[in-house]
Design a protein around this ligand. Sequence first.
Ligand SMILES: *Cc1c(COP(=O)(O)O)cnc(C)c1O
Length: 368
Amino acid sequence: MKIPFIDLKKQYDSIRDEIDPAIQNVIDSSAFVLGKAVMNFESDFAAAHNVKHCVAVSSGTDGNHLASWVLGIKNRDEMIIPANTFIATAWGAVLCGAVPVFADCHKDSYNIDPDKIEEKITARTKAVVAVHLYGQPADMDAIRKITEKHNLHLIEDAAQAHLAEYKGKKTGGLSDICSFSFYPGKNLGAFGEGGALTTGSDELAVKARMIRDHGSREKYFHELYGHNYRMEGIQGAVLGVKLKHLNYWTDCRRKVAEKYHEQLSDVEQIKLPAQMPYAKHVYHLYVIQTGRREELQKFLNDNEISTGLHYPVPLHLQKCFGHLGYKKGDFPVTETLAGNCLSLPMFPELNEDQIGYICDKIKLFFKS
Ligand SMILES: *Cc1c(COP(=O)(O)O)cnc(C)c1O
């Protein structure tokens, strides 16, 4: 049985009769950039996350940059971010001229460890970025306690955590400003690049809207420095259709995770992902840990099961950050995870037979 890591075609086939006319509608109206489809999506996405404003942008990476930009992060400021995340989180600091300062992650949540933040704060620190990695919210109350005490901005990176919850509250409204990604493989994926910022602040939302569109409110009148971070109309239309299915797809992901848990919990050689007591995990990824990662990945690959690594090299050990002076051993939890992590196939359409097949192969591997 051949099992892909994700299956975007299957999802498209299930909603083709809604998606195709929505795309055609954008083409017929020539609203290729921003426009009505994007505006409608913004209000639906904000409502789905119980947050006042949503500003659609051109990618999650651009959202990371814009979030720092609207908060006024600038030259030589410092932003504390987890060492265990995708590189784009760090670009949010770098593109504003700021320095990313890395912190280790928690051994069970895999998100930034609140106990490791305070020791990283200096006179230059301006913000903490809480990444809701793999679909599980970071411990926001513990993190906010620190950012309030030291008067720092708090940013969420929810690129992997659409509709996830922290103590019953949706991501996107748990900080000053939050960045989402709609990269095709994310829990809510466009048919190309896309992203969004959400915020409860009127002021930050207005600023984000202006910077997204060349620093202007009115065409050719530029009040602020800006850039072109606008979302395309077709992406707005696709995302608007898909958002209606996101609750269902999220339930499906959680059921897939439950089945993995049931069938793998007696395999002693692997550590399964933990849903923290404060969290509703939306399982963008299902990441297990094993000391025999390379062998297991090869064995699964030989059995036509695709897997992924999220992430094999932590940010503090990336070549591009060599000048920052970090070394191996600085963040033991993150480094162990980087060496042992293996992401199993995870998508809403993954069925019981496929899950059973994957789990049987994993069990077979550890018996041999
Ligand atoms: C995917 C991702 C991003 C970047 O989003 P793009 O839309 O691909 O630019 C940022 N942060 C995290 C944690 C991500 O997983």
